[in-house]
Ligand binder design. Structure first.
Ligand code: FES
Ligand code: FES
Length: 140
């Protein structure tokens, strides 16, 4: 792929992003919430999740980030629905970029925003349920 060309999948997710948080956060009433920043560009990403029996039943997000961040998180939010929090915690940006059919080299850092925010949301969920550190320890 040339350095400036976005794949069709990236374009599709950018034009029609899935699972954008389109209601006030309170209304969504998340079980976990992760807000992270990207030091390389200063953009922010919010990911909120609904969890039932440790399964992610809904995942919504909102960002100031660019097209690559939008497409990556759109793809991620689709992928984690119905997934156990332990498996969702292990998803890597590489896996998302692969599903997107690649990203331009200088845009790879944008794809880490969504999964970082997702992990923060899962950690928040565990904290809220008094199980802080449960997954981080296993993943380490
Ligand atoms: Fe900031 Fe892509 S350049 S998220
Ligand atoms: Fe902010 Fe890419 S630098 S969107």
């Amino acid at each position: 792929m040339s350095d400036w060309l976005y794949s069709d999948i990236v374009q599709e997710h950018f034009m029609n992003p899935k699972n954008v948080l389109d209601v006030p956060e309170d209304e969504f009433s998340p079980d976990g919430r992760g807000l992270v920043g990207n030091v390389q560009c200063g953009d922010q990403m919010l990911v909120v999740i609904k969890v039932e029996n440790d399964m992610i039943i809904d995942c919504r997000w909102k960002t100031y980030g660019c097209a690559s961040a939008i497409a990556s998180t759109s793809m991620l939010s689709e992928a984690v629905k119905g997934m156990h929090i332990k498996d969702a915690y292990k998803i890597t940006p590489d896996q998302i970029v692969e599903r997107l059919g690649g990203l331009p080299e200088h845009k790879i850092h944008c794809s880490v925003l969504g999964d970082k925010a997702l992990r923060a949301a899962i950690e928040d969920y565990l904290k809220r349920t008094g199980r802080e550190g449960e997954i981080e320890k296993q993943a380490a």
